[in-house]
Design a protein around this ligand. Structure first.
Ligand code: CAO
Length: 521
């Protein structure tokens, strides 16, 4: 097809036949690289497919409801050649099926094939019941089959929205489920105010403080979420007019114009009204240009995604950070020796791959650090996939070394370099950043002494490492010597881990780095 450029669905992992739920462009539109083209939604994730390049839309090949897989052409750009371009998806997970953040989730009838208006014949739960993911909630019976609808995530049943005999179809709301630490009776507390927006300045209706959990759990695409954030609209309060109650851009805009609940008065916080929530002052609205020249640059896509994740993790997890230090004098000598031996192989070892091995040995000794909270249960993982924070031009990313327990230090170093490279080139795939059980954030190549890393949910701890420095140690108060000392900052989730365990974890981790032979034990 000379003169047209096919824009195709990129690698979207294991997803196939994923319905198009929204189209953001029309013929004639000028789009820039990274502008969203369409939104796809499987039962597990909503994915926006951004444009891989600048261009002018000649035709939109798909329509809402079409089911597409990797390689399907979605849009054609006017162009000089028959060049083909692949877009990269932004995968924005909806409430996780197994461990949603604390909040209230609406459980809906999933895809039940061609069945419609199927009567409820049995309800297995009542308000107040605690359910695990996959526990049956209700049974539906058509003239052809009986189907049980299982819980998509663990939580406490808050309100049953159906009764026996009701006829349900895909998307009908069955019940609401309080997940994580969500209160049973009270409304989701407002957590944080939105960034100030032009809507605020124009005096249109905005919500001063989002119910961040209900915002996250709302049924809306990433593009609609973006609009909601820009307009300062709390999605948790918007009624969706799309299929199965999906919130559309128009719903958000109408809500923004029509008025929304005002921010809670600040006095409530002062008088103790903030208990269970956080009543905050509105974000300061400052005309920076009044004080000097300024330049405004929109945050990149990756920065926005990581910002949203970091914000959620910071707000939801009760973090504590415990500091310690490791004597790495011998390890550093060993590293230098090994690097000489490996010179010809092309592998260069930094301290980080050794730390990955030390982390695995320590996690095996302290399994609750290699676990995740799932409702009232702790899921211990019998695999050790270690994430490492990588600083990329687009922002922070956390690639994952899978099965680090089975790999040698040089193998880990090699894989780490390859992952950091694709992350920095913007080519890393979502599955290369998934499945981590513990993370290490190393600023050792840069500097600093201590910091307070943010836990990468649903993990329960992260090890922050700064630059090794020479420090005088005295083992007995009489003699002293200089040792290369590595500052450690372990952040841990206090819902899962106690301070004593965290201190022991650090001590053991440091002892392994001081003498790597301990990994053999
Ligand atoms: N103490 C002293 N020197 C250290 C060190 C430490 N803790 N860690 C690394 N170094 C040295 C390395 O050995 C290397 O030195 P040589 O070139 O002489 O061998 C140099 O510093 C540069 O290392 P590096 O940073 O390139 O490599 P790395 O394997 O240590 O780290 C990576 C790789 C991808 C983690 C790193 O490049 C990076 O992106 N770090 C930033 C992570 C980040 O942003 N964290 C903050 C997240 S906020 O929670």
């Amino acid at each position: 097809m000379s003169g047209l450029i096919d824009i195709k669905v990129p690698d979207i992992g294991d997803f196939k036949d994923v319905p198009v739920i929204e189209i953001f462009v029309k013929p004639g539109d000028k789009v820039k690289a990274e502008d969203p083209l369409v939104s796809l939604e499987s039962d597990k994730a909503t994915m926006e497919v951004p444009s891989p390049r600048d261009g002018v839309v000649k035709s939109v090949v798909v329509k809402v409801g079409d089911k597409v897989s990797e390689g399907a052409v979605i849009v054609q750009f006017a162009g000089a050649g028959a060049e083909q371009a692949d877009a990269r998806p932004v995968v924005s997970a909806p409430p996780s099926p197994v461990s949603a953040p604390a909040g209230v989730a609406e459980v809906r009838v999933p895809d039940i094939g061609d069945f419609k208006d199927v009567p409820v014949i049995e309800i297995f739960v009542k308000a107040g019941d605690i359910v695990k993911a996959e526990d049956p909630l209700i049974a539906l019976e058509s003239d052809k089959a009986t189907m049980e609808v299982p819980a998509p995530l663990a939580g406490t049943v808050r309100e049953i929205k159906v009764k026996t005999g009701d006829k349900l179809s895909e998307g009908s709301i069955i019940l609401s489920l309080a997940t994580g630490a969500a209160p049973l009776q009270a409304d989701i507390p407002p957590v944080s105010p939105p960034a100030s927006s032009s809507a605020t300045a124009a005096g249109t209706a905005v919500v001063g403080a989002f119910g961040e959990k209900s915002f996250e759990l709302a049924y809306a695409s990433p593009a609609v979420r973006k609009v909601a954030r820009e307009l300062g609209v709390d999605l948790g309060k918007v009624k969706g007019s799309g299929n199965h109650g999906r919130i559309l851009r128009e719903d958000v805009e109408a809500f923004g114009k029509g008025g929304a609940a005002p921010a809670k008065p600040q006095a409530a916080a002062a008088s103790g009204g903030g208990v269970g929530g956080i009543d905050l002052l509105p974000w300061p609205k400052v005309d920076f240009a009044k004080y000097g020249p300024v330049e405004r640059k929109d945050l990149g896509r990756i920065k926005k995604i990581s910002a949203a994740n970091l914000h959620r993790n910071w707000v939801v997890i009760p973090h504590v950070t415990t500091h310690d230090e490791a004597d790495i004098t011998d390890l550093e000598q060993f590293r230098v020796t090994m690097n000489k031996e490996l010179e010809k192989s092309g592998v260069k070892l930094s301290l980080l791959p050794f730390m990955v091995k030390a982390a695995v040995a320590t996690l095996q000794k302290f399994p609750e650090f290699n676990a995740s909270l799932d409702g009232d249960a702790l899921v211990y993982k019998n695999y050790w996939h270690i994430g490492f924070a990588a600083d990329t031009p687009n922002g922070l990313m956390v690639p994952v070394i899978r099965d680090a327990d089975k790999k040698s230090v040089p193998e880990i170093a090699k894989e780490m370099n390859a992952l950091a490279k694709v992350a920095r080139e913007g080519k890393i795939k979502p599955d290369q950043m998934q499945g981590g059980t513990f993370s290490i954030s190393s600023l050792g190549g840069i500097g600093g002494i201590y910091f307070t890393p943010i836990i990468n949910a649903p993990e329960v701890a992260i090890m922050g490492v700064c630059k090794g420095y020479w420090k005088q140690h005295s083992p007995d108060g009489k003699t002293s010597n200089w040792r290369l000392t590595l500052p450690l900052s372990l952040s841990w989730d206090h819902r899962v881990i106690d301070g004593a365990a965290a201190a022991r974890f650090n001590v053991y981790f440091a002892s392994v780095l001081a003498d790597l032979r301990r990994v053999l034990f």
